[in-house]
Design a protein around this ligand. Structure first.
Ligand code: AKG
Ligand code: FE2
Length: 186
């Protein structure tokens, strides 16, 4: 079933069986499988700013990069520690889990910070997954999502006379409820 994700970003790890397709300019395109890669798609809460907060000593772009890095660290730690379950080096598994936990805590702190839409500048990706009857495909999406009480709205800096706001401000939990139950959002 084709859809866009109601979150900000999706980080997708799959096995070697392709299947993900994205819609662009009227056509469906296969997403190439690249070994050991993570596919990142933009969701409905398009992330452009992590706003004023105790972490403002980081620039906006550094904060976005930090969130990306933390999410990828968590994903890799969980992935690696679960594949090393029978590993005799218990310390290594423990270390990975500890690193994953620290990244999770840091990421959760960052997710309390404002998350807003790009006023239509960065498009959410319409995508779907095809099924191969011969080969089993496995995918592990990790969603980057705003906290329920975060306001999702276009960046004030992006709103000008020529570029009026395309979206109303909405609390994340209401936004997701409306999207899940296919109610109008704007
Ligand atoms: O399996 C995939 O590659 C994508 C999964 C997906 O689109 C989703 O869980 O929202
Ligand atoms: Fe999806």
């Amino acid at each position: 079933m084709h859809h866009t994700d109601i979150v900000a970003l999706a980080l997708i790890v799959t096995n070697e069986v392709p299947g993900l397709q994205v819609f662009h300019e009227g056509h469906w395109f296969d997403v190439q499988y690249v070994p050991s890669s993570i596919t990142v798609t933009i969701g409905d809460q398009i992330l452009v700013q992590i706003s004023d907060c105790g972490l403002c000593f980081f620039s906006r772009h550094q904060q976005i990069l930090l969130r990306f890095t933390l999410c990828i660290t968590i994903s890799l730690c969980i992935l690696l520690s679960s594949s090393y379950v029978d590993c005799p080096e218990v310390d290594r598994v423990f270390g990975l889990r500890l690193l994953g936990l620290c990244a999770l805590v840091a990421s959760s702190v960052l997710s309390r910070i404002g998350l807003r839409l790009s006023n239509g500048k960065y498009k959410n990706v319409l995508h779907r997954v095809t099924v191969d009857k011969e080969k089993q495909r496995m995918s592990w999406p990790v969603f980057v999502d705003a906290n329920p009480d975060v306001v999702i709205r276009p960046l004030p800096e992006l709103i000008t006379g020529d570029n009026p706001s395309m979206f109303k401000s909405i609390i994340c939990k209401d936004f997701k409820y409306r999207r899940l139950y296919k109610l109008p959002v704007d």
